[in-house]
Write a protein that binds this ligand. Structure first.
Ligand SMILES: Nc1ncnc2c1ncn2[C@@H]1O[C@H](COP(=O)(O)OP(=O)(O)OP(=O)(O)O)[C@@H](O)[C@H]1O
Length: 281
């Protein structure tokens, strides 16, 4: 899909601030998400990533700034309101029922029924066939649509959750550290479906600690540091080295390097002599 840069972003956050008591979790954070693009949000523990996605998905309100969806100012009172505008979040725990079949999980919370009360019943056949069809359409091959979702690999479970969000009309897909608990091969499976979601025209927000994973699929990169923007850059203005540098402290790391260069290195020989003298005495 070609992205029309003149189109307004589907999500636009400007100068967002959030405090919890006297902890300032976010301050002056601005972010635009466009359809057909993957926006990566990176940052260390406590940087504010979760707080930011919880604001975007309607779990938290924001204290300062503005949040627009398709140009309209919003202040969500619940995740349901965000979902109604097509903002879907796939959390790390996936909210799947491990003992239930793949197709049942695909429809979890949105089950189809047939017949009229008092004979209303689950429309098992349609759900089973549609889930199978939808997964295949996205190129997701699960060995058996009837197998419990808990028997799939971590990567396959992630992609079932992604396919489900897309099927139920997500325009923006928020993925909360989907590769964090996965090995290289399984991470590759998930990254492939992040690309597929972008190709399908969704705006994808990919939260990760891993600059290598981000750089494989990202169009725009945001690094948070202690609740503030350390970096916001399109792919064409950035290398993987730049991104890794910003992730590992950026300006602070440069200052430390500079400081270390100024300090005389310790005289290791003198330290040995001192230790020997102490042993002899
Ligand atoms: N509900 C809350 N109450 C109080 N403080 C909170 C709350 N949620 C987050 N914080 C604080 O806000 C800051 C940002 O936390 P947040 O969880 O957003 O970071 P993060 O980047 O997602 O970290 P991690 O990668 O460890 O999940 C931290 O100092 C955290 O302790």
């Amino acid at each position: 899909m070609t992205v029309d840069k003149e189109q307004p972003p589907i999500l636009e956050l400007t100068d967002i601030g959030k405090t919890f008591g006297n902890i300032r979790a976010l301050s002056g954070v601005s972010l635009s998400v466009r359809q057909g693009e993957v926006t990566c949000i990176l940052g260390d523990n406590g940087a504010g990533k979760s707080t930011l996605i919880k604001i975007i998905s309607g779990l938290h309100s924001y204290d300062d700034g503005s949040y627009r969806v398709a140009g309209e100012q919003v202040k969500f009172a619940s995740p349901r309101e965000a979902l109604d505008l097509g903002i879907a979040t796939v959390y790390q725990d996936l909210a799947l029922a491990p003992q239930q079949s793949v197709w049942r999980n695909f429809y979890l919370g949105s089950e189809l029924t047939k017949g009229v009360w008092p004979l209303r019943m689950l429309d098992v056949e349609t759900m089973r066939d549609t889930a199978d069809e939808e997964l295949q359409k996205m190129g997701i091959h699960v060995p058996d649509i009837d197998q419990p979702v808990g028997t799939l690999s971590g990567g396959q479970r992630q992609v079932v959750a992604i396919a489900r969000a897309i099927h139920f009309g997500a325009k923006v897909l928020i993925l909360d550290e989907p590769t964090a608990a996965l090995g290289v091969k399984q991470s590759g499976v998930v990254l492939k479906y992040i690309s597929a979601a972008r190709k399908a025209g969704l705006g994808v927000i990919f939260i990760t600690h891993n600059p290598h994973h981000a750089f494989l699929v990202g169009d725009h990169f945001v690094v948070l540091r202690q609740g503030e923007l350390e970096l916001s850059s399109p792919r064409k203005e950035l290398t993987l080295d730049d991104l890794t540098h910003h992730m590992s402290g950026g300006a602070d790391l440069d200052a430390l390097k500079h400081e270390l260069q100024r300090i005389e290195p310790p005289d290791v020989g003198a330290v040995h002599e001192l230790a020997e003298a102490e042993q002899e005495s």
